[in-house]
Ligand binder design. Sequence first.
Ligand code: 5GP
Ligand code: MN
Length: 337
Amino acid sequence: MKENALIFKKLLSNKRKIVITTHKGPDGDAMGSSLAILHILEKMGHNVHLIVPNNYADFLHWMPGNEKVVVFEDNEQFSNKISNDSDLIIMLDFNNLSRIGNFKDAISNSNAKKVLIDHHQDPDLNIADIIFSDTKSCSTAQLVYEILKEMQLDNLIDISIAECIYVGIMTDTGSFKYSSTSARTHEIIAQLISLGVDNSKIHDLIYDNSSENRIRLLGYCLNNKLLIYKENNSAIISLSAEELDAFKFKSGDTEGFVNYALSIKGIKFATFIAEKEGIVKLSLRSKGDFKVNEIASKYFQGGGHINASGGISQVSINETIKKLEEIIIKYKNELKN
Ligand code: 5GP
Ligand code: MN
């Protein structure tokens, strides 16, 4: 960390043309950590663009700097040109270029120096020149805070930047409840609140800001689409494209649905499956030592954290459910109480 921070700081001692990017389907941590870095680098006088692979949930659009975000899918030519012309690329909250969708080519072809800041397991060490990887960090946003501190740039953290970091930490820790939340997390949060972050306002903007359609879709999922495998402590919720359409699905609407399945007494393994843009996408969650990242990488071309992972399925939703049912039986010993 110390050594990398020195090299990174040195890189920033000249004015740079910088591209910041993060993973597809950017979540609160992806946007929070990326926007925080964007603000810091702009304050230092660099020329900075934040380019995200695709659009993100409406409940993140209030964040400071949102108007500066470029969506690759909607601005491919511009994004490719800016990445090609850049001399520094900073990648946040992902461990493999496969996570940035079609923006991958522009990033891997660029001759810019590359910095990776991430907290996922097994980062691909070939994708960057400088790698800040801390799999123990609850969020990339917390790691960003630690790096800024190490580089003695934390004096640049103003209330906007503090809000961005706060969002990243809050969303990736499930509001400070996951086991990844440490004493250090709370120390940093205390610092951010001291800087003026209104924790209650931010919680409200992120979690109590749903559309009526989202809440009705949640009700539909819980009432009609929840499969429970009591004997193996598992649950599955699935939604087809038609069902999503019927509730006028917007990006981010199903975020957190999987946690309702996991909140049922006794459930240790929960999966949410949804057909989005022609792809069957899975969100896997677990409690305790059941490693969903292993399931995601072995069966669904994905990965993630021990208790929160994702992946995709090449077969229909119904066939995916069947496949999961087989997996649940295969792992029944691990899923026992
Ligand atoms: P979510 O279920 O919220 O989409 O994703 C949970 C976590 O799983 C993410 O933080 C990310 O680490 C990981 N993840 C989600 N989708 C994928 C995927 O397609 N590939 C990989 N490698 N990881 C994923
Ligand atoms: Mn994260």
